[in-house]
Design a protein around this ligand. Structure first.
Ligand SMILES: [Zn+2]
Length: 132
């Protein structure tokens, strides 16, 4: 049984291509300079249509999390973390926290991105706790 895979659209393709290269990239608006996640055709802040892709640090802090005790299918081995990460660049992403046992993570913990192969050519950005 396979995990659910995110749809790859014309708009989001650069994001997924960057993940395959081991790089986290976000869209930056050429009108207001702000970053956004998830990928969209226009800027979610000002409606600008000029969006460029730029690499970001992949470092951030846990804004919130939940621990899923029962996976949605056998492909999802529970328990696992679903997290909201505030990136250093000011963008919030939903993702997973890996290499972490329940009880080890807390809100505000420093995290960094890594990339996980989900099969069929899909590589997803996930996070792990960062020592420091
Ligand atoms: Zn904008």
């Amino acid at each position: 049984m396979n995990k659910l895979l995110p749809p790859e659209t014309e708009v989001s393709r650069p994001f997924w291509d960057a993940c395959k290269q081991g790089e986290l990239q976000l869209q930056q608006c050429q009108s207001c300079d702000r970053l956004q996640f998830y990928p969209r055709a226009i800027c979610s802040h000002c409606g600008g249509e000029g969006l460029l892709w730029r690499p970001v640090s992949g470092r951030g802090k846990l804004a919130s999390y939940t621990i899923v005790q029962r996976g949605i299918s056998r492909a999802y081995e529970a328990p696992y973390y679903v997290v909201l990460v505030d990136l250093e660049e000011g963008v919030r992403m939903m993702s997973s926290l890996v290499e972490c046992e329940p009880g080890e993570a807390e809100v505000g913990a420093k995290v960094e991105v890594l990339f996980q192969d989900w099969g069929e050519g899909h590589v997803l950005p996930v996070f792990k706790l960062r020592d420091e």
